[in-house]
Design a protein around this ligand. Structure first.
Ligand SMILES: Nc1ncnc2c1ncn2[C@@H]1O[C@H](COP(=O)(O)OP(=O)(O)OP(=O)(O)O)[C@@H](O)[C@H]1O
Length: 227
């Protein structure tokens, strides 16, 4: 077990957030946290990273978890280059030059590594964000809206990178509102709507159980039932 949520909630003063979420994440799985805007995906991820404290409920962690995290909104210093940022984070994470180089090459920023972030496009900044999450040892990778700003080539590369991480034995949880992306990649799915988990489990199993041909059909059916 990686982590178990036991009726975990984070309710903000406006009564929104994440409500009584119970779930179990197992080792070595690719898990999609899917749902629309304001569904509670980032809130759940922030609870998992410890950036948010639950208003009720708890998380029970398996032993020796080490988490790498790709936030959905990171502002890298505009005056630093990708190389400097990865170097700085590399020294904090005790990762040597060779791995730093591999990671920058993997996200396609090696050629532009000496340019400052100011000169990067949105997609390049997002790839730098991905690079920092790939850097250093972890067994649990949390990616919040990793496709944001990526073009089709890099979305395809992102899929490959997630599968590579799985091959290395890691658990990968990513949030998305792109249901086709979740469908293509995930083994397990947590479908969120207005702060509630409306469906969870093995993707093939939940589709079969609900007689749906894909996640989009399931999502529409579930939210219509919730209205
Ligand atoms: N700091 C906050 N203060 C008040 N309300 C918040 C706060 N953070 C999130 N919320 C509310 O909690 C709900 C869930 O937000 P969250 O950011 O987790 O959704 P999300 O699924 O990540 O959405 P999106 O896909 O739009 O990023 C939303 O209704 C949002 O307005």
């Amino acid at each position: 077990m990686i982590v178990k949520g036991q009726k975990i909630a984070r309710i903000y003063s406006n009564d929104r957030g994440l409500k009584d979420a119970s779930f179990l994440l197992n080792e070595g799985e690719i898990i999609a946290l899917a749902g629309g805007n304001g569904a509670g995906k980032s809130t759940l991820i922030r609870l998992l990273t410890g950036q948010e404290k639950p208003t009720s409920g708890q998380l029970e962690w398996g032993s020796e978890q080490s988490v790498n995290y790709m936030p959905d909104d990171v502002d890298f210093p505009l005056t630093l280059s990708a190389e400097e940022i990865i170097n700085l984070l590399g020294s904090l994470k005790k990762v040597g030059q060779a791995e730093q180089e591999t990671v920058l090459k993997r996200v396609g920023l090696w050629e532009e590594r000496k340019q400052t972030v100011r000169h990067y496009s949105k997609g390049m900044r997002q790839r730098l964000n991905l690079a920092q999450a790939l850097l250093g040892p972890s067994n649990f990778l949390l990616l919040d809206e990793p496709t944001n700003g990526l073009d089709p080539y890099w979305v395809a590369e992102l899929k490959k990178m997630v599968l590579e991480q799985k091959e290395l034995g890691k658990t990968v949880l990513f949030s998305t509102h792109l249901l086709s992306f979740a469908q293509e990649l995930a083994e397990e799915v947590l479908l969120l709507h207005q702060g509630n988990i409306i469906t969870q489990g093995n993707l093939e199993h939940v589709l079969r159980e609900n007689d749906c041909k894909n996640l989009e059909e399931l999502f529409i059916m579930k939210i219509q039932n919730n209205l």
